[in-house]
Design a protein around this ligand. Sequence first.
Ligand code: SF4
Length: 360
Amino acid sequence: MKYVDEFRNIETVKNLSKKIKSVVKNSWTIMEICGGQTHSIMKYSLQEFLPKQLTLVHGPGCPVCVTPLEVIDKAHFIAKQKDVIFASFGDMLRVPGSKTDLLKVKAEGGDVRIVYSPFDAVNIAEQNPNKKVVFLAVGFETTAPANAMSVLEAKRRKLNNYSILSSHVLVPPAMHAILSSPKNLIQGFLAAGHVCTIMGYEEYFPIAKLYKTPIVITGFEPVDILKGILATVKQLENNKFVVENEYKRLARKEGNIPAQKTMFEVFKITDRSWRGIGEIAQSGLRIKDKYAEFDADKIFKLESFKVEEPKICISGEIMQGLKKPSQCPAFGKECIPENPLGAPMVSSEGACSAYFRYKK
Ligand code: SF4
C-alpha cells in the first residue's frame, strides 16, 4: 500500500475485522500506547469492528498529558518574565497549570509565541539577542532528537540567549511500570510506530519475555491498528509473547541511529515524574551538564519547584489502562475541551478529548 486512502479502506477494515473475529476465542485487554492511535480508534469507531471479547484501553503516550504540572507551572513562571520570549508548540498553550495557562499569560502581556519547530525558536533567539528565548521541549523519543539538535544548533551559532525547558519521557520504562503494577490489566501492547522509527524496538524484547506480553509495533491508520490487533490476538490465543513489527514501512529493529546519537549527545537518562502517574525510575531525559547553559531549569533556578496535582482528575488511572475517560465523574460535565480540568481533555492526542470529540 502506498497511499493513505488504502490504510483507511473500508473493505480492508472489514476483512481484518472478520479475521480478528475468527481468531478470538477468549477475552483480552490490549493497550495502545500512543494518543495518536487512541484518536484513530475513536475517530474511525474501530471498537465497533472488534469482537466483544476485546477491550482496548488507552496508554500514556500523549506528551501533553504526561508533562507534570510542575513543568507547566515552570513554563508559566518563565513566560511571565519581562525579558523572555517563550516559544512552544500550539498544543501546550491551553494546558492548565495550577493557576493559569500560556494563553492567559500571553493575554496578560507575556511574549508567548507558537512555533512549528524548535529551530524557529533558535531563529527567534538569533533575531532577539537582548531577550532570553526559552523553548518548551516536551514529549517522547519522537521529539527529543529535534530538541537536542536545537541545542547543538544554538551552540554552533554561539547563541547565549537560547534555552529549553525540557521534560522528555521514554516509553519502555512506562511499559515496565504498567506491567509490573499489581493492578495491571494489560495483556498485550500496540507499540507506537513513530517511537520505534526513532528508537528501534530491541528494547521491547526483554519486556515481552519478562511479562509474557505480546508487543506489536503498529502505525496510526485504521488498517495499521487492526493489523496490530490481529497480530496481538493471534499471539495471545496461541500463548506466544514476542515483539512483532507491523509498521515495516518505517520502523527498523535498530531505529534511526543518527537521531539516537544526537539525542544522547545532549540528554542523559534520569528518573522522571509523569503527570497523574508519578515518578518512574529511569523514564526520562535531562540535559547533560556540558550543555547546562541551555537548560532553562538551571538558568531560572527552578530545579526544586514542586506543585500538588488536583485530586478530581483521574488521568493517571486512565493512562495506566485502569479506567476509561467516561468513568471520570467530571467527564463531559465540569471537564470539557473548552474548560479542561486535566491535560487529556486539552491535548489533541488526549484520551478524554478523543472520547468527547468522537464518542458523542
Ligand atoms: S475527563 Fe477531565 S478531569 Fe476527568 S480524567 Fe479526563 S481530563 Fe481529568
